[in-house]
Design a protein around this ligand. Sequence first.
Ligand SMILES: NC(=O)c1ccc[n+]([C@@H]2O[C@H](COP(=O)([O-])OP(=O)(O)OC[C@H]3O[C@@H](n4cnc5c(N)ncnc54)[C@H](O)[C@@H]3O)[C@@H](O)[C@H]2O)c1
Ligand SMILES: O=C(O)C[C@H](O)C(=O)O
Length: 308
Amino acid sequence: MKVTVVGAGAVGASCAEYIAIKNFASEVVVLDIKEGFAEGKAMDLMQTASLNGFDTKIVGVTDDYSKTAGSDIAVITSGIPRKPGMTREELIGINAGIVKTVSSNLIKHSPNVILIVVSNPMDTMAYLVHKSTGLPKNRIIGMGGALDSARFKYRLAEALEAPISDVDGMVIGGHSDTGMVPLTRHATRNSVKVSEFLSEDRLSQVAEDTKVGGATLTKLLGTSAWYAPGAAVSSLVQAIACDQKKMFPCSVMLDGEYGLKDICIGVPVILGRNGIEKIVAIDLDDAEKAKMQESAVGVRATNGLLDV
Ligand SMILES: NC(=O)c1ccc[n+]([C@@H]2O[C@H](COP(=O)([O-])OP(=O)(O)OC[C@H]3O[C@@H](n4cnc5c(N)ncnc54)[C@H](O)[C@@H]3O)[C@@H](O)[C@H]2O)c1
Ligand SMILES: O=C(O)C[C@H](O)C(=O)O
């Protein structure tokens, strides 16, 4: 199993590290445009192999796509991150061109690759990859919901004063400060609805803290987060590589599901060796449906800025 990670920055390196530590891939190629940067990150990571006990070979390259040839899965993290006070949508001007070029280069050398899009604004970048490459929709996956759901579980556990392993929950909708839809009504602690333990106000606070999870970290760090994003991407890569048939919310092209068409937005999917193996329909109430539609309006507005 060969995996390419484009972008050796904070998220790309974290993602390569988690993939290697989980030890399911034979090779991870890390590619960056900055001379020597990916080579340096790969060498540093390889020097953790004997300490962390993995056999995955990590190779760094400067803009040489021939080294990515035959990749089964490729992750696109290339592009600029936001700074405090910015929205993800403000990154579109620079990141759209980068994501378009990178995806085309990847496909030239790995025609059967499954692409995982991470660069922001992620739902719109996934949409751009669909429009510019024409790859079948099972092979283009936007990563956002897996991270947002991990943050939701963190906030739920905090509110419940419970271990995170007791908690389950999911965030669907757009990966934006206002567009996320944390499914508080469906969240559970050991199969018991969290509304049995938390007041409506506390649950609303959990949902709001989840939605601004990325902005909160950006304010603290001066740039956006990388550990949880890298871990979330590595979980999607593992689900595909190991044909796990696991369910994650991912940004995928919809064709009528959830009442939406011609848009990439976060919905639950089953991930396996073919990429997106199924879009899962869940029973949303009227309020949840309305939030999902509102979220789609926001994603469409950003898509409208693309030149496709
Ligand atoms: N979807 C998500 O959940 C999520 C989570 C975290 C970050 N992100 C996004 O991921 C992106 C990367 O974030 P980061 O913190 O790693 O940024 P970073 O600046 O640390 O790394 C980005 C890397 O991309 C490289 N790059 C730029 N243009 C390139 C090109 N054409 N080809 C190859 N490499 C190129 C840069 O040299 C840099 O090393 C940002 O857009 C950020 O907003 C998304
Ligand atoms: O917040 C960001 O800009 C980066 C990423 O989308 C995140 O949620 O951490």
